[in-house]
Design a protein. Structure first.
Length: 87
């Protein structure tokens, strides 16, 4: 491990990796895993789609700056911009 791996900004240690491996080797309760649900919760009453979008570094930086300024996620800023122009 190079030492650069993090989860939410917290470094991942060899001890943590060993603990995860031991947990996996012990096996998981499949019934419990299925009960948890799958994926992210929906954001609407109807199904949503993931859409790939190519942006330049400058466009992405602008979106991220606005998101930080407004305390929103990147996705929220993009959705708001689409809603404002698609109406």
């Amino acid at each position: 491990m190079s030492g650069d791996e993090t989860i939410d900004g917290v470094p991942v240690t060899e001890a943590q990796i060993d603990a995860w491996a031991a947990e996996a080797e012990a096996g998981y309760d499949v019934g419990e895993l299925k009960r948890r649900g799958r994926g992210r919760p929906g954001r609407a009453s109807e199904p949503t789609q993931v859409v790939a979008l190519r942006l330049t570094a400058d466009e992405l930086a602008s979106i991220d700056e606005r998101a930080a300024r407004e305390g929103k996620s990147r996705s929220e800023v993009i959705r708001a911009a689409i809603s404002a122009t698609a109406a």
